[in-house]
Write a protein that binds this ligand. Structure first.
Ligand SMILES: [Zn+2]
Length: 460
């Protein structure tokens, strides 16, 4: 039994009442929150006590879509100014050279960035396994950092010669993919409260996977009660591909494959009509909104306010580091607010305050990054600071140049102002970032080995 007392901070709970507690704190026992209240209501002592005067405490951010390995190919010149399909065609041959060590190193880099930007739970989507690499390389790397991981065993089975987008050299057989998926679930999936590792089955996208693999993956996932994830309705090119090859728009195609349900979440979901939003709502599918990537690749703007109005669960994702080109989760919260406002301006969705509708607020964006993400990943034990939940939170010092002049509303300052690195981060009650530095790895050495691996990958 070990206890931790964190006190004297401005606590943002993100509970159903959205309570914000001035001069508050948390009492934590064995990785779970026991009490959240003003300091006067908390125990006087604990095994460990941390005074966070002058800080705001926020529930850990939940990243619902990423490709960690892409930290090795950020901003590379030939892929800088391309749309999705051309960007992928440029990068596939480079990614075909990935090694197990590359997967390990890039996982640590991405998780380091995520932890330093407030993320405490991350879903990653690894869908290439060249040169003997495996999802196990990612799992081993993540354990050292201490961030909760939803590791998606991705896959590609539809190569160029069968009408798919990726070269045949990076796709695999359905038989081998399904075998490995089952092995990963049986060996690693932990569905218990407070889980640090869950396995997800995630065929990559309609243009890189056969219909049969989609169907078989759904069957396998449902046998074991694990979640399903894929990219969907990201671009107009994809919509055309689905209409031509499958005779359906992307969402209709998913329905035809039994790929709808509360165990399914889709990355992007930009090109949807009102009937398709209704399909997501009725079947309780989740959406991973990736605003930076959608802007970077000129994909489009997802209808987030419409999703929320229809009761669809929406979380945020930084998406792969080659289309962001960062893994800064707090920055993604800010982008989601700003991009929603761009859409509101373009569509007139809510520009007039006279109608009682308002622009997306900082608190709504923060909700997407915490509660929304937790719901999308099917987790009721994270996303808010409440008794019984995991002790996952980060703290930001308010006395800093980025927040000067914004002290009257610390929550909005965190979202409106320049995104910063966190001062503290705790995951399951364990300190992962202390005074702005990662506690579990030596960042300088990681950067050095990462850049060496990236150079080797690009030079072939
Ligand atoms: Zn993606």
């Amino acid at each position: 039994m070990s206890t931790l007392l964190v006190k004297n901070a401005f606590v943002v709970t993100m509970d159903d009442q959205q309570r914000e507690i001035l001069d508050g704190g948390l009492f934590i026992r064995d990785g779970f929150i026991e009490q959240v209240s003003p300091v006067s209501g908390l125990p006087d002592s604990a095994d460990e006590t941390l005074d966070l005067s002058g800080h705001v405490i926020i529930p850990g951010l939940v990243n619902t879509h990423h490709h960690f390995y892409q930290t090795l190919t950020r901003a590379i010149p030939p892929a800088q100014d391309a749309n999705l399909f051309n960007w992928l065609k440029t990068l596939y041959p480079i990614w075909a050279r990935l090694t197990p060590e590359d997967i390990f190193i890039s996982t640590q880099t991405a998780l380091a960035e995520l932890a330093l930007s407030g993320c405490t739970t991350a879903a990653d989507h690894l869908y290439l396994f060249p040169n003997g690499s495996s999802l196990e390389d990612e799992i081993a790397a993540a354990r050292e950092i201490g961030v909760r991981l939803h590791a998606s065993r991705g896959s590609m089975s539809l190569g160029e010669s069968n009408g798919g987008l990726p070269p045949d050299s990076v796709v695999d057989t359905e038989e081998h993919i399904l075998e490995d998926c089952q092995r990963m679930i049986e060996k690693y999936h932990d569905a218990r409260k407070g889980s640090f590792l869950q396995i997800v089955l995630a065929p990559c996208s309609p243009f890189s996977v056969t219909s049969e693999l989609m169907r078989q993956s759904a069957k396998l996932a449902r046998n074991y009660g694990v979640q399903l994830h894929t990219h969907l309705a990201e671009t107009e090119d994809e919509e055309q591909f689905c209409l031509q090859k499958f005779g359906h728009r992307p969402v209709g195609y998913m329905q035809s494959l039994d790929w709808v349900g509360d165990d399914v979440w889709f990355a992007h979901a930009v090109y949807v009509n009102p009937q398709e939003i209704d399909v997501f709502s009725r079947h309780r599918c989740g959406v991973a909104h990736c605003p930076t990537s959608n802007m970077r690749l000129a994909s489009g703007i997802a209808p987030i306010r419409e999703y929320l109005a229809a009761g669809v669960q929406v979380g945020l994702g930084v998406d792969g580091s080659a289309s962001n080109d960062s893994s800064h989760m707090l920055a993604e919260v800010r982008q989601s607010m700003l991009l929603a406002r761009v859409r509101e301006g373009v569509t007139g969705f809510s520009l007039s305050n006279d109608t009682g509708r308002r622009l997306m607020t900082a608190r709504q964006a923060l909700w997407l990054g915490t509660r929304g993400g937790a719901a999308v990943l099917g987790r009721s034990d994270i996303g808010s600071l409440e008794p019984g939940k995991c002790a996952d939170f980060f703290a930001l010092r308010l006395e800093r140049v980025e927040y000067t002049g914004a002290q009257q509303d610390p929550v909005s300052a965190v979202v409106f102002c320049q995104p910063v690195g966190v001062d503290y981060s705790f995951i399951g009650g364990r300190c992962v970032v202390k005074e702005g530095k990662l506690t579990n790895i030596e960042l300088e050495r990681l950067i050095e080995s990462h850049n060496r691996a990236a150079r080797r990958l690009l030079e072939g």
